[in-house]
Design a protein around this ligand. Structure first.
Ligand code: AMP
Length: 539
């Protein structure tokens, strides 16, 4: 039913095909704005608006395989543009709206993006780096009525002039589709590139794991800058013709509870940090809301502590189902899905057809209950097809017939997987992966800072927080002003998520003889533990 004539175009499947299946007048999206605005769109609206956007890209000279980015908060245009770009077989990338100059430059520059859709208030960030982005030909603005310049254009004007009809071309399954940048512990962020075929697994998991049914009203709280916001805030549910609620405001326990109640949410996909923030409310707080329509709750992005699962049972009378996956996997691969008894603290079991393994560093399979590298047998439909422009790094992720996820885990005797940590230094703060390297580089741009080392430290709310060690240049003194400058600098250059929560001033940063920062030593120091083998240190 879903795939016809080998037609895998995600934009087509989520819009035009839904209309052909009889959902033209069905609610596709109800958008709730930060200031109480409301707007509703049917599948026919989604189809027409995305077709208009596809026509705009064509008329501006974008060709299949070009890269187009969306740099916006959660507003309806995000969804029209995302699906329209895919209809035109242009690769679509998304960016968090709080990204700073350096974060934008790294991503837009790396894949030589040709266009960006944004808003007036974000434009200055782009203009500051524009001369370093020679491939960037067009900037489209959602909130101006007239074209401000030859290459900076008004989206409303272009939409009004474009046709709502677009004949989506046949799209072979391997055609590149979505590009999500993800942070590693070394080097710049890498662009995980997906293909149109990934919709097959996003569709299946939205149906079989999230258990979405035709009458559901579904809310995925993730931002579209993160893969959850696209795989399960756009593609999976709309490929099933499901009505989605998109809330564009900030986190607030009362507002979120109102959304759950007033929008009669039946399936809710969220993250542990948000659940931990809700857990701070007294149980009586929740009795003020009628949440009886809620059928399933899911979580992703960080370990789901057993306490949250117990709290969910008490407050909602429901299981909170954990799901594990990552940018590179494109879809949920391990889950505590409904129907499988939940083991609090475990991520659940691999889906049917997904082979997971726990391997030693040399690739030897480890027995049950031993901690090792979480690996997956390659070949699932939504597997990433490249790190854009970095084939060497892509190939390094595949060894001995397995894809190495970078996570460590163990499997118990009943086949449930338990997350243990990362095998690299990437920081997971409130579900966002932050590269210590990016933060260290931003800190080094400050005149006062001679060396920096950045680590993840445990945090009761955020799971992990960003902690920075800095060594100062001669003549500089660490004080409140310098700390504020450092915080603002990281926030402006990288993102607010990457801003260190704590700073420690040290005489020097421990490094290996080859100059690699020994974050392990800094982490041990932070935790008051033995740093282990330091024989490779500089000193
Ligand atoms: P991202 O690629 O940004 O989606 O981050 C993926 C990483 O987040 C995984 O490799 C894990 O380290 C972490 N993660 C995602 N889901 C879970 C989960 N259910 N439990 C523990 N960690 C998770």
């Amino acid at each position: 039913m879903l795939i016809r004539n080998n037609q895998f175009n995600v934009g087509h499947i989520c819009t035009c095909l839904q209309c052909e299946l009889g959902h033209s007048g069905k609610l596709a999206m109800k958008w709730l704005g930060p200031r109480g605005e409301k707007a509703s769109f049917t599948f026919e609206d989604l189809n027409q608006q995305s077709s208009r956007f596809a026509n705009i890209l064509g008329s501006l000279g974008f060709a299949p395989g070009d890269v187009f980015f969306i740099f916006l908060p959660k507003i309806p245009e995000v969804y029209f543009a995302f699906l329209g770009t895919l209809k035109a077989r242009v690769i679509v990338g998304t960016l968090f709206s709080n990204f700073g100059d350096e974060a934008l430059l790294d991503r837009l520059g790396d894949c030589r993006a040709k266009g960006v859709l944004t808003r007036k208030s974000y434009l200055k960030k782009l203009l500051r780096i524009r001369d370093k982005l020679p491939a960037l030909r067009r900037i489209l603005l959602v909130d101006v009525d007239d074209h401000p310049a030859g290459d900076i254009l008004s989206l409303p004007k272009l939409l009004a002039e474009s046709s709502p009809q677009f004949a989506t071309p046949l799209t072979p399954p391997e055609t590149p589709s979505v590009l999500h940048y993800t942070s590693g512990s070394t080097g710049k962020p890498k662009g995980a590139l997906h293909r149109h075929r990934s919709v097959a697994l996003q569709h299946r998991t939205a149906r079989d794991v999230l258990c979405l049914q035709p009458d559901d009203r579904y809310w995925c709280t993730a931002d579209h800058g993160w893969v959850t916001g696209t795989s399960y805030g756009i593609i999976g549910p709309w490929s099933l013709g499901i009505s989605q609620i998109h809330y564009g405001g900030v986190f607030d326990p009362a507002r979120w509870s109102e959304v759950l109640q007033d929008e009669r949410i039946t399936v809710w996909y969220t993250a542990p940090t948000a659940l931990r923030m809700l857990m701070r409310q007294e149980p009586a707080f929740f009795s003020r809301y009628d949440l009886s329509r809620l059928r399933h709750i899911f979580s992703v992005g960080e370990p789901l502590n057993p306490e949250i699962v117990h709290w969910g049972r008490k407050i909602f009378g429901k299981e909170i189902h954990d799901t594990w996956w990552q940018t590179e996997t494109g879809a949920i691969l391990i889950a505590n899905r409904p129907g499988l008894p939940v083991r609090p603290g475990s991520m659940g079991r691999p889906l049917d057809g997904i082979e997971a393994g726990i391997l030693a560093d040399d690739g030897a399979p480890l027995p049950n209950n031993e901690q090792g590298n979480l690996c997956l047998r390659p070949g699932w439909d939504s597997m990433f097809i490249a790190y854009y422009g970095h084939d060497d790094i892509y190939q390094q992720k595949f060894r001995q017939g397995w894809y190495w996820t970078g996570d460590t885990a163990r499997r118990d005797d009943e086949g449930y997987y338990w997350f243990m940590g990362r095998s690299d230094d990437v920081i997971n703060t409130a579900g966002h992966l932050v590269s210590p390297f990016e933060v260290e580089s931003a800190l080094l741009e400050l005149e006062a800072i001679a060396e920096s080392g950045v680590i993840a430290a445990p945090d009761a709310l955020l799971f992990e927080k960003v902690v920075a060690y800095v060594a100062l240049r001669e003549g500089f003194v660490w004080d409140g002003d310098l700390e504020l400058t450092a915080r603002l600098h990281v926030s402006n250059r990288v993102s607010t998520m990457a801003t260190p929560q704590e700073f420690f001033v040290v005489d020097s940063i421990p490094k290996t003889k080859s100059g690699k920062i020994m974050r392990r030593v800094l982490k041990a120091r932070y935790l008051g533990m033995d740093a282990g083998d330091v024989s490779a240190l500089e000193i």
